[in-house]
Design a protein around this ligand. Structure first.
Ligand code: SF4
Ligand code: MSK
Length: 626
C-alpha cells in the first residue's frame, strides 16, 4: 500500500507506515509528531555547551568566538562543559545497566535463600562456571549454596572500594594492562558512577581529558561489570539462550486473543508474566471472555530477553511502542524500566489498553501501578495477567487495526550457542576469518531515533556489511530491526557475500546473529575476548568494529564508551552532543587511539558508516598478516 511521502519518509517498515496512517486518521500524536514540533532543536544542546550544574547558571557558551560568552559564570570553558555533560550521560547509562544487573543479583540471592516467589536456577552449568571464576567452591555443595555465595560475591562488585571487577579479567591481559596504565581499570561499579557525579559538580574536575578518562572507567564498569552481571545471572536463572525460531513485527498481535505486551528491560518481570500467562485458570478466564487464548509478545529489550529464551514474538522496537497501542488490540502494556515513553499513558486513554507499571523505580502518568516484588513474583504476575484478561471485554472491535506484517526469525545466539554452532570450538570461526571467507565481525546495536528514518540506519548498514562478508552480531533495537526484514533467517545468507554465505550455509546460521538485549552487548565483549585470547592478541588487534546507527539513550553513550575502551572502533549514526568542544571531539575521534587502541567516528549515512567499519577491519587484517 502506498502512503504519502510524509509517512513513507519516517520509516522503512510497512507496518509503521500503516500505523502512522491510522494515527493520522484518528488524530493521534506520536514520537515523530513531537519531534517535528521540537524543531529546530536547541543548537546549544546539540553542541553540548549548555550547563546547569549550579545555580549561578544556567550558562551556555557561544559557538562564535567573537559573539557571546566563551566561559560560564564559574569560568568553565566549552571543553569543560562538554566533557562534564558527556560523562554525566555515561553515568546515567552505566547506572541504568548496572542497576538492572543488581536486580538480577538480588533475585538470585532470594532464589538461593528460598525466598523468591517462583524463580529457580535453570542453568547449573553456568552457575558452576561462574562460581569457578569467582573462586567459589562447588564440590558437594547444593546449587542453592553455590548460588548464595555467587549472588553475594556479585553484589559486592557494586560497592567495592578497590578492584578489580572479576569479569574485567576475561579481557586479554594486554587490555587489562592498558587500562591499568591509563588508570581506568574500574574499582567498584557504583564507585565509578558516583565519582563521575562528584567530579562534574561545580569546581571539581576541570580538565576535559581527565574527565573523559573517568567516563571511560565508569563505562568499563558497566560493560565488563554491571551489564555482564545482568547477562550472566539472567542465564543462570532463566537459562542460557539457544537458537530458537520466532516472528517479529506488529502482526504478531492477534485479533482473537488477549494481547499482552511486555515492554522494558529486565527479564525478572517478563519471565513471570510468561509463566502466569500459561496458568490454566487464567487461560480459561480468557476463553470464557470470548478470546482464543492469551498472547504475550515483547517489545524493546524485554522482547529480546523473552524471544531468545522462549521464542516469544517481538512486537517491535523503540519507535513502535505507541503504534502497538494504536492497533487498539493491546489489552495490557506491562512495563518495568527503561525506554518506556511517558507518552503511553495519554495514548492508552484513547483506547481500552491498560498501561501497567510494575517497578517502584518507574511510575508513569496514566498508568495503573501494580507493584512487582521478587518475593511474590508469580502471585503478582498472575494478578497482572488477570487484569489484562479482564480488560479484554473492554476492547472496542471497531477500533482494532493490526497490520498483517510479521517476519520469521531465528534468534538466541548466546556465546555458548555460537560455540555449539561451531562444533564446540572457536577454530572454524578463526579459520574462516584467517581465510578471508569471513572478513571480520561487526557488533551493530542500539536504539531508534526520529532523527533517522526508522530502521533505515540499522538495516542499510547491516546489509552493506554482510554483502561485504562481515558477520554481524546484534542486540537491542537493531536486532529487532534486522529480525523484521528477514536478516535473521538462515536463508538470508543468500544476501551475503560469497565467503560469508558459504560459512553460514555450512553452519546453518543467519549472517546476522541475535545476541540479545542491550546488557547482552557484554556477550559480544566475551566473544571478542575469547577470540583475542585464542589468537594471543589484544581486542584492538582484531578485525572487528562496532556501530550504533540510530542511538538515542544515555545507555548507548556508556555502551559506545566501553566498546571503544575495549579496543573496538565504533561508528555512531547520530551526532553526539560534543561538537562544541574541539578538545573532546579530538579525544574521542583521534587521541583515544593512543589511550585504548580505538576511537569513535560519526557517520549518518549507513552505507558510508559500513564502509568506515570495513576499512578498519581491513586495516586490522593487514596488521595481523591475514
Ligand atoms: Fe555556569 Fe559553571 Fe554553574 Fe555550569 S557550573 S551553570 S558553567 S557557573
Ligand atoms: S531498548 S536502550 S531503545 S536499543 Fe534496550 Fe532499544 Fe536503545 Fe532502549
Amino acid at each position: 500500500m502506498a502512503f504519502d511521502d510524509k509517512i513513507m519518509e519516517k520509516s522503512i517498515d510497512p507496518a509503521v507506515h500503516q500505523m502512522l496512517d491510522r494515527a493520522e486518521q484518528l488524530g493521534l500524536e506520536t514520537v515523530w509528531d513531537r519531534y517535528e514540533k521540537m524543531l529546530p532543536e536547541c543548537g546549544f544542546g546539540e553542541l553540548g555547551v549548555c550547563c546547569r550544574n549550579c545555580n549561578m547558571g544556567p550558562c551556555r557558551i557561544s559557538p562564535f568566538e567573537d559573539d557571546g560568552p566563551q566561559r560560564g559564570i564559574c569560568g568553565a570553558t566549552a571543553d569543560i562543559i562538554v566533557a562534564r555533560n558527556l560523562i554525566r550521560m555515561i553515568a546515567g547509562g552505566a547506572a541504568a545497566h548496572s542497576d538492572h544487573g543488581r536486580d538480577l543479583a538480588h533475585t538470585l540471592l532470594l532464589t538461593a535463600e528460598g525466598k523468591s516467589g517462583g524463580y529457580e536456577i535453570k542453568d547449573e552449568a553456568k552457575l558452576a562456571a561462574l562460581a569457578a571464576e569467582y573462586g567459589i567452591a562447588t564440590d558437594q555443595r547444593s546449587k542453592e549454596a553455590i548460588a548464595e555465595d555467587l549472588a553475594k560475591a556479585v553484589y559486592a562488585e557494586f560497592g567495592k572500594q578497590e578492584g578489580p571487577l572479576q569479569f574485567t579479567r576475561r579481557a586479554p591481559q594486554k587490555r587489562v594492562a592498558q587500562w591499568q596504565k591509563m588508570g581506568i581499570d574500574p574499582r567498584g561499579i557504583d564507585r565509578e558512577i558516583v565519582e563521575i557525579m562528584h567530579r562534574t559538580h561545580i569546581g571539581v574536575d576541570n580538565d576535559p581529558v581527565n574527565l573523559i578518562l573517568q567516563g571511560l572507567k565508569a563505562s568499563i564498569a558497566d560493560g565488563w561489570g554491571g551489564s555482564m552481571v545482568a547477562t550472566e545471572i539472567s542465564d543462570v536463572l532463566f537459562g542460557t539462550p539457544m537458537p530458537v525460531k520466532s516472528e517479529a513485527n506488529l502482526g504478531v498481535l492477534k485479533e482473537d486473543h488477549v494481547n499482552i505486551i511486555a515492554h522494558g528491560h529486565e527479564p525478572v518481570l517478563s519471565e513471570m508474566i510468561l509463566a502466569a500467562a500459561g496458568d490454566p485458570s487464567l487461560v480459561a478466564n480468557a476463553k470464557a471472555a470470548g478470546a482464543k487464548g492469551i498472547n504475550v509478545v515483547g517489545m524493546c529489550c524485554t522482547g529480546n530477553e523473552i524471544v531468545m529464551r522462549h521464542g516469544i514474538p517481538l512486537a517491535g522496537n523503540f519507535m513502535q511502542q505507541e503504534l502497538a497501542i494504536i492497533t487498539g488490540a493491546v489489552d495490557a502494556m506491562i512495563v518495568d524500566v527503561q525506554c518506556i515513553m511517558p507518552a503511553l499513558g495519554d495514548l492508552c486513554e484513547c483506547f481500552h489498553t491498560r498501561f501497567i507499571s510494575t517497578s517502584p523505580k518507574a511510575k508513569f502518568p496514566g498508568a495503573v501501578h501494580m507493584q512487582f516484588s521478587e518475593e511474590s513474583a508469580l502471585a503478582i504476575a498472575k494478578e497482572i495477567v488477570g487484569s489484562a484478561v479482564e480488560n479484554y471485554a473492554h476492547r472496542v472491535p471497531e477500533k482494532v487495526f493490526i497490520p498483517a506484517d510479521k517476519t520469521a526469525c531465528m534468534v538466541g545466539f548466546s556465546t555458548e550457542a555460537i560455540l555449539k554452532a561451531l562444533g564446540g570450538s572457536l577454530d572454524p570461526l578463526l579459520d574462516a576469518i584467517k581465510s578471508g571467507a569471513v572478513r571480520g565481525i561487526a557488533g551493530v546495536v542500539g536504539c531508534n531515533n526520529p532523527k533517522i528514518k526508522h530502521d533505515e540506519g540499522h538495516v542499510g548498514l547491516v546489509r552493506h556489511l554482510i554483502e561485504n562478508n562481515v558477520l554481524v552480531v546484534t542486540t537491542g533495537c537493531n536486532a529487532i530491526a534486522c529480525a523484521k526484514v528477514g536478516l535473521m533467517l538462515p536463508e538470508a545468507a543468500d544476501d551475503a557475500g560469497d565467503g560469508l554465505k558459504g560459512v553460514c550455509k555450512a553452519l546453518g546460521i543467519p549472517p546476522v546473529l541475535h545476541m540479545g538485549s542491550c546488557v547482552d552487548i557484554s556477550r559480544i565483549l566475551s566473544v571478542c575476548a575469547a577470540v583475542a585470547n585464542a589468537l594471543g592478541v589484544d581486542i584492538c588487534d582484531l578485525p572487528v568494529a562496532g556501530a550504533a546507527p540510530e542511538w538515542m539513550s544515555e545507555k548507548a553513550v556508556s555502551i559506545g564508551a566501553y566498546v571503544v575502551s575495549s579496543g573496538i572502533f565504533t561508528v555512531l549514526g547520530t551526532v553526539p552532543p560534543v561538537l562544541g568542544s574541539p578538545v573532546v571531539t579530538e579525544v574521542l575521534t583521534q587521541a583515544a587511539n593512543d589511550v585504548v587502541g580505538a576511537a569513535f567516528a560519526v557517520e549518518t549515512d549507513p552505507v558510508k558508516a559500513a564502509g568506515l567499519m570495513i576499512d578498519n577491519i581491513d586495516k586490522k587484517r593487514q596488521a595481523l598478516g591475514i
